[in-house]
Design a protein around this ligand. Sequence first.
Ligand SMILES: Cc1cc2nc3c(=O)[nH]c(=O)nc-3n(C[C@H](O)[C@H](O)[C@H](O)COP(=O)(O)OP(=O)(O)OC[C@H]3O[C@@H](n4cnc5c(N)ncnc54)[C@H](O)[C@@H]3O)c2cc1C
Length: 400
Amino acid sequence: MTDARRGLDAEVAVIGLGAIGSSAAWQLAARGVDVVGIEQHEPGHAHGGSTGRTRLFRVACLEHPGLAPIARRARELWRELEASSGQELLLETGGIMIGQPGSRIVEGTLAAAREHGLPVERLDAAEVARRLPAHAALDPGDVGVWDPEAGVLRPEAAIVAAAEAARAAGARIRTGERVLAIEPDDAGVTVRLASDELRVARVVVAAGPWIGRLVPEVPLVPHRVVQTWFAPKEGRDAGIDRLPVFIRSVPGLGGEPRWIWGHGALPGDLVKVGGEFDGPFSADDPDAIDRSLAPGETDELRDQVAATFPDLEPEPAAWTTCIMAHTPDGQFVVGAMDDDRRVVVAGGCSGHSCKHAAALGELAAQAALGEAPTTDVAFLDPRRFAAASGPHPGPDPGGL
Ligand SMILES: Cc1cc2nc3c(=O)[nH]c(=O)nc-3n(C[C@H](O)[C@H](O)[C@H](O)COP(=O)(O)OP(=O)(O)OC[C@H]3O[C@@H](n4cnc5c(N)ncnc54)[C@H](O)[C@@H]3O)c2cc1C
């Protein structure tokens, strides 16, 4: 029976067409599902979690070994979107993860590689410096793990490409409209908009830092983050070939180990270097985050850049704000909130979901349709927090 004959406006509504939602809409439409995608801004906008021109892509994901197959599936889907859009979305440069033996950067990367037979290489400090002179000033005790499958993803272009692929496959895309509420019942879900309401069989809520507004049972903390870019000193080369993707442990203000991450300049762009995403986090209102830079806000990073990369001017040459959505355990949420699959959520970026977004969109589509997931995602079940009580403990630090 058609959706209209069942009194439905669509089979599935995807709420939020950011990194994950645009892919969910694409995957649903590609399966022949009658889908409507609703986005409060325009795909590729600068107000959410996916702005800033690049995101690190890694397969040997230190955050959880279960993420490696998701990254590999995402890479296949990014390549499909490159073919359909004619744009380069994922540039594989290789990447180096540097820290002390036993540190999470090193051991997490090695654990993912071991579990999935990934072709990483463990290098001592001298070998890192020989291969990557931009990392010459290493602590002699440091080691590096080279992930040849790492690279950078272009998030805004990827989102636009996925939204276009969704449209081409038959999805209806509504932009500039905010979903105010979702009301599930036994027969479907009512989706309330400012001037309209839709009746659908199920919803995929991929609203990024705004998920908590629509599905408050998912304990997400939206959090403001500043992204920073640095210029090379006069006559110095800081291109991405010389400084490929990296995550590196360096001393913080008090001498304690802290992470920095980034990559060298893409043609016509600056060097991206960011600091650790750590707590304690207080929830920021995603609609009212402070888009200005507070005095001293980038001082720690400036000092770390000065100490780590002598080829860079240490004061940031550019910056912008962005919003993350942290979960208590630092892993994403993908799956149904109820046994009837009326409400599926996909998000909880915790600072590292963009690389996976194409695959997370597919997993959300599979969850909505009751299909078997492409990869094992039990560790991303959004209902895993239901048994937990007490205040949000703050996220697992780090993650890209
Ligand atoms: C500074 C920074 C650095 C990062 N670095 C990395 C990295 O190196 N590698 C990596 O893999 N990940 C990284 N991440 C994480 C990654 O970029 C984000 O997690 C991911 O892009 C978020 O995707 P999303 O689809 O969940 O959210 P978004 O892309 O924010 O999409 C949510 C969408 O929902 C829309 N929306 C919300 N509410 C509504 C509503 N009620 N009605 C209609 N539309 C709505 C929003 O407008 C938005 O477009 C980083 C994040 C930040 C902030």
